[in-house]
Design a protein around this ligand. Structure first.
Ligand code: PLP
Length: 412
C-alpha cells in the first residue's frame, strides 16, 4: 500500500493543483502540533482560496509575514531572477545579495552588523548567545524578559518566553531567564543582579495580545541597561519591518520624543515580514558588540542565502517605493475606527494597537470568534487574553478594510 500516492516526479509534471486533499494526509503523516482549520491552495494580494474554492480576506497575513499579500509580482520576479542565478551558496563564501541586505538593514537601523538565519526563534537565539558571549568574561549570563512575551519555540526561545503554556513538559529549561511584568521598569530594576547579561523585550507584544511598550519604559530600559553595563535586546520579529509605520517599532513608539533619534537597542531580532513569505531571519548587532561572533562561534547553513536576501531586498524596495509605511498607518486607523464603532453593538471590549498591528479584545473566547470570522470569509489570528489580531498586508486597500468591517459585523 502506498501512503503517499503521488511521487515527487508527478508533482513536477502535473503541478500542485492536481494534489489530493491535504487534511487526510496531514492526519496520517504530519505531526499534529498545530490546530489547523482550512486547507489553502492559492493566494493573490489580500485574498486566499481554500481547496473548495472558497475565498477569504486574509488579514492575518500569515501571522505578520505576508507584508505584500500573496503572490506579489515583485516577490515572484525576485524569486525567479535570483533562482536562475544562484539559490544557495555556503556561508564559507561571500554572496552579493547578503552583503546588500546587510548594508540595507544597517542603514535602516544604525552602525552595526547583521547575522542571517532563517526564523524569528533563531534570530532571538542569536541575541541570547550574544548576551552570554558578551557577559561571559564577567560571569553574566542571565536574560530578563517580560511576562506574556513570546520569543520562539527553540529551547532558548521557550525558556525566554514569559508564558508557562509553551514550557510545560519541556523541562528542564535553559537556565538563566527571569520574567517580570511588561511595562514595569521597577520590576526590571529589581531583577537585575550581578549575573544579568541582558534585557530582552518585544516592542509590541504580539502573541501576548497586542501590548505596546510605553515611552518611559523604553527610555528607562535604555538608561538602566547602560548604567549596569548590560545589553538591551529587541525582539522585532512580529512588530518590525514597517508594520507600525517605521522600520522598527521603537521608531514609531518614540516618534516625536526628543530622545527618539538617540534610542537604539544593542541587538534586534527580525524575521517574518522581512522575507514577505520567504523564510529569512536576521539579528542586527550594535557596533561595539558586532564582532563578538568570530569564525566558528555561531552559524547557520541556510542563513542569508542569495535567494532569501534577494527576495528581502525586493520586499523592502517595494514597501519603500510604494510608501506603504504611511499607507498601513492610514489603513490601521481606518480599521481601528470601524471596529471602535462596532463596540456599541458587538461583544468587543477594546481595540488597541499601532499601524498594521491591531488587537480586538473580545468579551469571550478569541479562537471561537476567529472561527466565526473565518466562516464568514475573514482570516484573523487569536492571541492571549481574548484578543483577535489583525496583521494585514501593508498594501491592504481601504475597500478591503471596509469589507473586513462588514464581515466582522456580520460574524460577531
Ligand atoms: N518573536 C516573536 C515576537 C514572534 O511573534 C515570533 C513568532 O510568532 C517569534 C519570535 C518566533 O518566530 P519564528 O516562528 O519565525 O521562529
Amino acid at each position: 500500500m502506498s501512503i503517499i500516492r503521488m511521487s515527487v516526479s508527478d508533482f513536477g509534471a502535473v503541478g500542485v493543483m492536481a494534489l489530493e486533499p491535504a487534511k487526510p494526509l496531514y492526519d496520517r503523516c504530519v505531526v499534529p502540533s498545530y490546530a489547523r482549520s482550512i486547507s489553502v491552495v492559492r493566494g493573490s494580494g489580500s485574498w486566499i482560496w481554500d481547496e473548495d474554492g472558497k475565498k477569504y480576506l486574509d488579514l492575518g497575513g500569515g501571522v505578520a509575514v505576508n507584508c505584500l499579500g500573496h503572490a506579489h509580482p515583485r516577490i515572484v520576479e525576485a524569486l525567479q531572477n535570483q533562482a536562475s542565478r544562484l539559490i544557495h551558496a555556503s556561508n564559507l563564501y561571500y554572496n552579493q545579495p547578503q552583503g546588500a541586505l546587510a548594508s540595507k538593514l544597517v542603514s535602516l537601523t544604525g552602525e552595526g552588523k547583521v547575522f542571517f538565519c532563517n526564523s524569528g526563534a533563531e534570530a532571538n537565539e542569536t541575541l541570547i548567545k550574544l548576551a552570554r558571549r558578551t557577559g561571559h568574561p564577567r560571569g553574566r549570563f542571565e536574560v530578563i524578559t517580560a511576562l506574556n512575551s513570546f520569543h520562539g519555540r527553540t529551547m532558548a526561545g521557550i525558556s525566554a518566553t514569559g508564558q508557562q503554556k509553551v514550557k510545560e513538559t519541556f523541562e528542564p529549561l535553559l537556565p538563566g531567564f527571569t520574567h517580570v511584568p511588561y511595562n514595569d521598569l521597577g520590576a526590571v530594576e529589581a531583577a537585575i543582579n550581578e549575573r544579568t547579561a541582558a534585557v530582552l523585550i518585544e516592542g509590541i507584544q504580539g502573541e501576548g495580545g497586542i501590548q505596546p511598550a510605553r515611552v518611559d519604559y523604553l527610555l528607562g530600559l535604555r538608561e538602566l541597561t547602560q548604567k549596569h553595563g548590560i545589553l538591551l535586546l529587541w525582539d522585532g520579529v512580529q512588530c518590525g519591518c514597517y508594520r507600525t509605520g517605521h522600520f522598527h517599532s521603537y521608531q514609531t513608539l518614540l516618534e516625536g520624543h526628543p530622545q527618539a533619534a538617540s534610542f537604539v537597542p544593542d541587538g534586534i531580532a527580525m524575521a517574518k515580514s522581512l522575507g514577505g513569505g520567504f523564510p529569512i531571519g536576521a539579528a542586527w548587532i550594535r557596533a561595539p558588540y558586532a564582532d563578538v561572533f568570530q569564525p566558528g562561534s555561531h552559524g547557520s547553513t541556510f542563513g542569508g542565502t542569495p535567494l532569501a536576501c534577494a527576495v528581502s531586498l525586493s520586499v523592502l524596495a517595494e514597501i519603500e517605493e510604494k510608501k506603504l509605511p504611511e499607507h498601513i498607518v492610514q489603513m490601521g486607523l481606518r480599521l481601528t475606527k470601524g471596529l471602535e464603532k462596532l463596540k456599541a453593538t458587538k461583544p468587543i471590549v477594546d481595540i488597541r494597537g499601532i499601524g498594521g498591528m491591531i488587537g480586538m479584545v473580545l468579551q469571550d473566547d478569541a479562537p471561537a470568534a476567529c472561527a466565526r470570522l473565518r466562516e464568514a470569509g475573514l482570516l484573523t489570528v487569536p492571541a492571549t487574553g481574548n484578543v483577535l489580531r489583525f496583521l494585514p498586508p501593508l498594501n491592504v486597500s481601504p475597500e478591503e478594510i471596509d469589507e473586513a468591517l462588514v464581515l466582522v459585523e456580520k460574524a460577531l
